[in-house]
Every structure is written in structure tokens, then in C-alpha cells.
Ligand binder design. Structure first.
Ligand SMILES: [Mg+2]
Length: 236
């Protein structure tokens, strides 16, 4: 792999350890240093692909403002800084309101409302998972544009037809990503779309941690961090 790579990096579980509550993740200084190094080495062809809102990514990675496929690509900021949105917001607002009632009833459930999706986290009390799952499916009943992603201790309602794979492809059609070899790194089921897209483009896919995957390689978070740092440093 040479300077012609483009990096696509998931946030939670990949750049930071997963925390008991999503806002509690800690971004180590070496993560910012790594992203800075990669960005310099790859002429800006480094994008974050995450389920988090764009503003949250920016907060965590401040002072960096990177290209990002936030909300699984529904809110995508290109390398020029332009933000692209491609979804209907009304249906999602209604789902959010329905699940807010449930979250208010059960303090251990945490509802994360975004522009294009709603995530119900139950890692504080895993035994609420089945009940939460039922409620989420009830909330989207009859709406064909919405679907549920069953993640690690989280149920996420998303707009059909938006995923990290499409975000990766959109970046790959633009400068400075176009013509490079995509390298996708992630840890969760939502990253599988981007692994598939990277593989299809003749790229490299790296899964962090356990679980079935389409990725060609597997490592853990420290292993990825060390490899990526060596890659970034090799260019300086
Ligand atoms: Mg992740």
C-alpha cells in the first residue's frame, strides 16, 4: 500500500473504546495525532464513517474537521466542507417521539435522536433488549422507508437505502479520494456495507474485534492504532 490509499475509519470501537454511555467515550490525544498524520500523508483522503451526528464527531475530534459520512452517510461532509443530506425527516421525527415515551419510562434506556435516525441504547440494562426491540419494530410499522439495525446493545432506526457503503462510494467519486485504494476500518455490523464497498473497489477491509465479517483482515483496536501510526509515520 502506498500514498495512493484513502482511509475510511469508523469512530466508536475503532478510534475510541466503546463506553457505557455514548457521550462518555474518551478520545486519546494519540487518536488526533494519528488522524492528523494520516491526513497529511494521504493529502486529505481520510474520512470518518460513523453513525454519530456530524456535530458530535466534530466535538470529539476538535480541533480537527475531517471529511465525514455522519449518521451512516445520511449527512455527509465532503473534503471541500460542503454538507450533503438525502432523506425525509418527518417520519423519523415521529419514530423519535414514540420511542422518547419509552425512554422516559425506563431510565436505563438511552435515546439518541439524530437528523436521519433514532438509536435506542440498552447497554445499561441488557435485559431490556427484547422489550426495546419490540417497541422499535412497532414504531416503524407500516413505514417502508425505515428499517432497524440490530447493533451491539443498540437498536437503530434508519432510512432505507442509506449506509456507510454508499457514503464510501460517494467519497470515492470525489477529490481527493478518487483513484485511490479505499481502506475501510470498523468494528460493527453497520461497517459491513463499507467493507463490501471497499472490497468491490479492490480495496482493503479491516475488522476490529470479533464477529462475522466481509472484511479481509482482522485485528483489535491497539493493533489497528499501531499499524495506522506506522503507516502515517512512514510518510513523514
Ligand atoms: Mg463502531
Amino acid at each position: 500500500m502506498t500514498e495512493s490509499a484513502a482511509f475510511f475509519i469508523d469512530f466508536d470501537g475503532t478510534l475510541v473504546d466503546i463506553a457505557a454511555r455514548p457521550h462518555l467515550v474518551h478520545v486519546e490525544p494519540q487518536v488526533l495525532e494519528l488522524l492528523r498524520g494520516l491526513t497529511a500523508r494521504l493529502d486529505g483522503a481520510v474520512a470518518i464513517l460513523t453513525g454519530r451526528p456530524l456535530a458530535t464527531v466534530d466535538d470529539f475530534l476538535s480541533p480537527l474537521t475531517l471529511p465525514a459520512g455522519a449518521e451512516h452517510g445520511a449527512v455527509r461532509r465532503d473534503a471541500e466542507g460542503a454538507v450533503h443530506r438525502d432523506f425525509e425527516a418527518d417520519a423519523m421525527t415521529k419514530v423519535g417521539e414514540a420511542l422518547q415515551v419509552l425512554a422516559d419510562e425506563h431510565g436505563e434506556l438511552e435515546l439518541e435522536r439524530k437528523e436521519s435516525s433514532v438509536a435506542l441504547h440498552y447497554r445499561q440494562k441488557p435485559e431490556l433488549g427484547d422489550m426495546a426491540r419490540e417497541a422499535v419494530h412497532r414504531a416503524i410499522e407500516g413505514n417502508r422507508d425505515l428499517h432497524v439495525m440490530d447493533g451491539k446493545m443498540v437498536l437503530e432506526v434508519k432510512v432505507e437505502g442509506l449506509d456507510k457503503g454508499l457514503a464510501l462510494e460517494a467519497f470515492m467519486a470525489e477529490e481527493p479520494f478518487a483513484g485511490r485504494v479505499p481502506v475501510m476500518i470498523g468494528d460493527d455490523v453497520t461497517d459491513e456495507y463499507a467493507f463490501a464497498a471497499a472490497n468491490k473497489a479492490g480495496g482493503i477491509s479491516i475488522k476490529i474485534g470479533e464477529g462475522d465479517t466481509l472484511a479481509h483482515y482482522r485485528t483489535d483496536r491497539p493493533g489497528f492504532m499501531a499499524w495506522a501510526k506506522a503507516f502515517a509515520d512512514a510518510g513523514s
